[in-house]
Design a protein around this ligand. Structure first.
Ligand SMILES: Nc1nc2c(ncn2[C@@H]2O[C@H](COP(=O)(O)OP(=O)(O)OP(=O)(O)O)[C@@H](O)[C@H]2O)c(=O)[nH]1
Ligand SMILES: [Mg+2]
Length: 337
């Protein structure tokens, strides 16, 4: 399952422009698969010389036209939200517009929490096991939402968080903020972008300043022309690269690699996932029939040239089912049948 990223935010903030930039115009009907740039893949490929190199991918979706309620419903279907704010053009009001959008998410969650509370209150009266715990969490959530605050900022234990999942809370989703700035204010974006940075910081969400229109134009140039033009604006990395890293950070993801001669490949995985779960990203059978993981790092593999060379030298770490796969691990999974 690829990571699902929804581009959301206030009307006219540049969502579609950003979508076109990220998907290099190859998206269809507002949906596109985007390769995640990662220079470690090239390092591995240089050493292993595989037949094929496969980057991690995210599925990016642009908010379709529709009512405010439809826009919220759309945001609900994703894993990570990229919230775009207009920091260009006449009288940009990114903070006010983002807050208005955030309030739409909060009100939608409030409605679903209240609906669920009614049902759970009945269950509590009927003495149903577990209903009390859920009732408690829903009450906490309701108070928080009533105060106009997103569920992201409600401090909950892991188990309590799980109890909330039944209402598919959209204000609990991890978010990345994009301050869509005027070209002439790059790379920092000026006052409006600073407001977005404040909002993001208050929620612990990553913030990226870029110009969606400029990114779309840059995408049409040759690599060396792109680099030159970026440098002129004081930007050292593509907007796509920066957004991908922010999505990984916000979504709690890491990347591990597999590196054989047929294919060198990057795999997105939840941080702290046990080895069998990480193996399950490759194939569901790998999770079931997991035996052990043989692990090294990108640097060690690049030095040795192949997994076989490391294995022969006794330098592959052998890890069991309790091992938590780390960002930058190169893994060979031993699976039974
Ligand atoms: N100057 C400038 N204009 C931009 C930028 N990004 C988008 N625009 C312009 O802003 C207008 C709205 O852009 P869209 O990408 O359609 O915005 P949207 O968020 O998809 O709009 P809705 O889907 O209607 O909510 C268009 O005229 C774009 O050309 C930018 O980075 N700089
Ligand atoms: Mg649009």
């Amino acid at each position: 399952m690829p990571v699902n990223v929804a581009i959301v935010g206030p009307a006219g903030s540049g969502k579609t422009t950003l979508f076109n930039a990220l998907t290099a115009g190859r998206g269809a009907d507002g949906v596109g698969m985007v390769d995640v740039p990662d220079e470690r893949l090239q390092q591995l490929a240089g050493a292993v010389k595989p037949l094929k190199v496969t980057p991690a991918q995210v599925r990016v979706e642009d908010t379709p036209p529709g009512s405010r309620a439809q826009r919220v419903a759309f945001a609900r279907q994703s894993d990570v939200l990229v919230k775009v704010a207009r920091c260009f053009g006449p009288e940009p009001q990114p903070a006010a517009e983002l807050e208005e959008f955030a309030l739409d998410l909060v009100l939608a969650d409030l409605a679903s929490v209240e609906r669920r509370l009614e049902a759970v209150a009945k269950e509590v009266r009927a003495g149903k096991k577990d209903a009390t715990a859920e009732n408690e969490v829903l009450q906490l959530a309701k108070e928080h939402l009533d105060a106009g605050r997103p569920l992201r900022t409600l401090v909950l234990e892991g188990e309590q968080r799980d109890l909330l999942k039944g209402v598919f809370p959209v204000s609990l989703k991890p978010a990345v903020y994009v301050a869509n700035a005027a070209d002439e204010l790059l790379p920092l974006g000026g006052g409006p972008a600073a407001k977005v940075s404040e909002l993001g910081a208050a929620e612990g969400a990553p913030v990226i300043v870029l110009s969606a229109r400029l990114e779309a134009e840059l995408g049409e140039l040759e690599a060396h022309e792109q680099a030159e033009m970026r440098a002129g604006y004081g930007i050292d990395e593509s907007g796509l690269g920066r957004i991908a890293r922010a999505v990984w950070e916000a979504g709690g993801l890491i990347t591990y690699f597999t590196a054989g001669e047929p294919e060198v490949r990057a795999w997105p995985c939840e941080r702290d996932a046990p080895a069998p779960v990480a193996a399950g990203k490759i194939h569901t059978d790998f999770e079931k029939h997991f035996i052990r993981a043989e692990v090294t790092s990108v640097n060690e593999l690049v030095e040795a040239g192949s997994m076989e060379a490391l294995r022969a030298a006794g330098k592959l770490r052998v890890e069991g089912r309790d091992y938590r796969v780390k960002d930058g691990d190169v893994v060979f999974f031993r699976v039974g049948r």
